[in-house]
Design a protein around this ligand. Structure first.
Ligand code: PXP
Length: 254
């Protein structure tokens, strides 16, 4: 069977634009419904401690009004645990969070925060929430994620996207190795951060990756070609690249 690579649309920056003026426009819930119509498989939203984009009310509406699974990104704090347990999203992705950062800068230190994260994951899983840990493509972090009972790892593609030439090839190599290791350890593999039309192909072609979460580029691109069209184009590029993975090639020639 051909691998279906899922596309999760992160609608945080629809809320960023709304919040620039206050009020209700543009509405991230409307964007999420539009993403569903354009072929997205899920919606991702990051509720930050400072509520700089997504609000508590958005989470409530996203959970109720959108016909797609919600992946709630949160820092591993008590406040966010209470919110997740109140809304019971399909999945939670645990991310590191620094108040002063512009966006999520690096992966979670699972190795260093093992005891706290183990208990945190347990509380979410007990409610049936699938737990993902957002980590750098570092074998030690992948192993730690498997050891403390995560269901999923989301590999941070930020450095791969920011670099070029040989450095980018090395980052891609690290993502490929981490994905392979994670899958061997029984983890489901996702990836995301900073992906664009230009960078998505090689990540979509990693055979173990089953979901990509993409936001900022698509919201920006919507200015030029519309939100639905930007999602459809991303979907097309992902499908093209994933059709070229060795397992799918084998199926075609069998
Ligand atoms: N995955 C995670 C865990 C993230 O924190 C983010 C950014 O909120 C994304 C994916 C999406 O990144 P981008 O908006 O750069 O596409």
């Amino acid at each position: 069977m051909t691998r279906h690579l899922r596309l999760g649309i992160n609608i945080d920056h629809v809320a960023t634009i709304r919040n620039a003026r206050g009020g209700y426009h543009p509405d991230p819930v409307r964007a999420a419904i539009m993403a569903a119509q354009a072929g997205a498989d899920g919606i991702t939203a990051h509720l930050r401690e400072d509520r700089r984009h997504i609000s508590d009310h958005d989470i409530k509406r996203l959970a109720k009004e959108v016909p797609l699974p919600l992946n709630l990104e949160i820092a591993a704090t008590g406040e966010m645990l209470d919110i997740a347990l109140a809304h019971v999203p399909h999945a939670c992705c645990i991310v590191p969070e620094k108040r002063e950062e512009v966006t999520t800068e690096g992966g979670l230190d699972v190795k260093g925060g093992r005891a706290h994260l183990h208990a945190y994951i347990g509380a979410l899983r007990e409610k049936g929430i699938r737990v993902s840990l957002f980590i750098d493509p570092d074998p030690a972090q992948v192993k730690a994620a498997a050891e403390i009972g995560a269901d999923v790892i989301e590999l941070h593609t930020g450095r791969y996207c920011e670099t070029s030439g040989k450095a980018r090839d090395e980052e891609l190599g690290a993502l490929q190795k981490a994905a392979r290791l994670g899958a061997t350890l029984g983890l489901e593999i996702h990836a995301g951060h900073g992906l664009s039309f230009e960078t998505v192909g090689p990540v979509a072609a990693i055979p173990e990756v089953v979901e990509l979460n993409i936001g900022h580029f698509l919201v920006g691109e919507a200015i030029f070609c519309g939100f639905e069209a930007s999602i459809r184009r991303m979907r097309q590029l992902m499908d093209q690249a994933s059709a070229e993975t060795p397992e799918n090639q084998d199926l075609k020639t069998a």
